[in-house]
Design a binder for this molecule. Structure first.
Ligand code: ATP
Length: 474
């Protein structure tokens, strides 16, 4: 029996199986041909204007070639194109850097836009759930621009109204797989827009050699390794405090030693003092003579930290009302307190009184030290709050390979993992300790976006050479 359904289209309902499947036959509205033609011409014009706005160079070249052909015939057009191609080839051969900047990467960007992103865009956003269907009409985020360079494509997207960058961060793995990229990072250039960074190759896959010892004495940002785009990664240590977290074997030592290496000339010039706390005795003791002060036993560590607090307070008394920032000089050097495996002192310490004393000193240094030129750089394996309650007092934080996804946000702050800091997924190979070691995500005080970096590997031989260098100076 055909059940009576509500609505005006009851006469169009065809149902062969009562009470189950109902097939709706849509109403056909006959559109006059002129309306269809006007709509198509309008769409063509809009498409043409959009193409010209998005690809002015490509359209300009096609227009010039077409114009030459029309005015002087095809032979002249072919000749002009050949001369232009030879000119470009000569430019590429003689000045490759400027050719790539002005022409090369634009061509690559255009090719990637056409071949990869434009072709797959609808499919990827639909399947990943970023496109929506409202009232029978499909809406997809707009692919605005693709900018490629040597290592990655940066895809600018105008979000649908009501979407947030979090929606894209949640689907980052879908987007990465959809476009065949190893990862996808989401950032927000302005409200309503997101930039998806999709690397084409991993520049940090192979070991980065120890950075050269600087030629000049400076406490400015220290060159410690490479960023994922291949540019140098400079870590600020003066005027901040740095926390380095990573599972065992993640390569925390390479960050500590790279900083020591970068500060060697400044130490030789008397602008920096390196104070080391090495409760494990297995890391910093290898370059003992590189440190102005060294402590390994917990009570010695507590004494060293108390002394750093005294230096800090004495400077604060002198600077009060006179100056607001520290400028390193031979009489007032920058004191960098380096702590390897700080949890030994703050959490696993059996002597409660000592533990409280160390925690208090560290908290004092990290809250008041940076303006008077006393910095702390601490490394630890386990970033939980009960292990290091003052982790939020470190403005700059580095997450090397971590054991659990939750630890990433503990180190880098809420939402860092969603923004692409996949520190728990950094590669590891038990048979080859160098795989993934030294690779880290960094969230610097002045930027919410995590940056993927790899520290230079400072080998034992490099440390021995550093010791020799520092002795030469003496
Ligand atoms: N930047 C690097 N590049 C390549 N390999 C590295 C790097 N840093 C460390 N390694 C390799 O990883 C090993 C472990 O490094 P390291 O001792 O620094 O780790 P860790 O995080 O300090 O570990 P633990 O907390 O157990 O001391 C090193 O012996 C070395 O072989």
């Amino acid at each position: 029996m055909l059940r009576k359904l509500p609505g005006t289209e009851v006469q169009n309902v065809v149902s062969t199986t009562p009470d189950t499947a109902v097939v709706w036959r849509p109403t056909v509205v006959r559109t006059p041909a002129i309306v269809v033609i006007v709509v198509w011409v309008w769409r063509l014009l809009v498409g043409l204007v959009k193409t010209i706005v998005r690809h002015p160079w490509a359209c300009g070249l096609v227009a010039v070639a077409g114009g030459l052909c029309w005015l002087f015939g095809w032979r002249v057009a072919v000749l002009a194109c050949s001369v232009a191609c030879c000119g470009l080839a000569a430019w590429a051969a003689l000045w490759p850097a400027s050719f790539l900047r002005v022409v090369g990467w634009r061509v690559v960007s255009w090719g990637r836009w056409m071949w990869v992103y434009r072709r797959r865009w609808r499919g990827v956003v639909s399947v990943s759930g970023l496109a929506v269907n409202v009232g029978g009409r499909g809406y997809a985020p707009e692919l605005v621009e693709v900018a490629s360079d040597r290592w990655a494509d940066r895809v600018t997207v105008r979000m649908l109204e009501g979407q947030s960058d979090q929606d894209y961060a949640d689907r980052a793995p879908n987007i990465a797989h959809g476009f065949g990229a190893p990862s996808c990072r989401v950032s927000v250039p302005r409200p309503g827009w997101v930039v998806l960074t999709l690397p084409r190759a991993d520049r940090l896959a192979s070991v980065v050699a120890a950075r050269p010892v600087p030629a000049t004495a400076s406490v400015g940002p220290v060159d410690v390794g490479l960023c994922e785009d291949g540019s140098p990664f400079a870590l600020r240590v003066h005027g901040t405090h740095v926390l380095i977290a990573g599972a065992t074997g993640a390569g925390k030592g390479s960050f500590l030693w790279s900083v020591v290496r970068g500060l060697l000339p400044a130490r030789r010039a008397g602008l920096v003092e390196l104070w080391a706390l090495d409760p494990k005795r297995m890391e910093l003791s290898y370059g003992l003579s590189l440190f102005d002060r060294y402590a390994a036993r917990p009570e010695d560590c507590a004494k060293l930290l108390d002394d750093a607090v005294t230096v800090m307070q004495e400077r604060a008394d002198r600077y009060a009302g006179v100056r607001r920032n520290h400028v390193p000089t031979a009489s007032d050097p920058f004191v960098l307190v380096i702590v390897d495996e700080v949890a030994f002192l703050t959490a696993y310490q059996g002597d409660k009184a000592l533990k409280v004393r160390i925690q208090a000193a560290l908290a004092t240094l990290t809250t008041q030290g940076r303006a008077v030129g006393v910095g702390v750089m601490a490394a630890l394996q386990d970033p939980r709050k009960d292990v290091l309650s003052i982790r939020n007092l470190f403005p700059d934080r580095i997450a090397l390979r971590l054991d659990e996804p939750e630890q990433v946000d503990m180190v880098l702050g809420d939402g860092a993992r969603d923004r692409g800091a996949l520190a728990d997924q950094i590669a590891r190979d038990p048979s080859d300790p160098s795989v993934g070691a030294g690779v880290a995500y960094v969230r610097l005080e002045n930027s919410p976006e995590p940056v993927r970096v790899r520290a230079g590997y400072v080998s034992d031989a490099d440390i021995r050479q550093m010791v020799l260098l520092s002795m030469e100076a003496v």
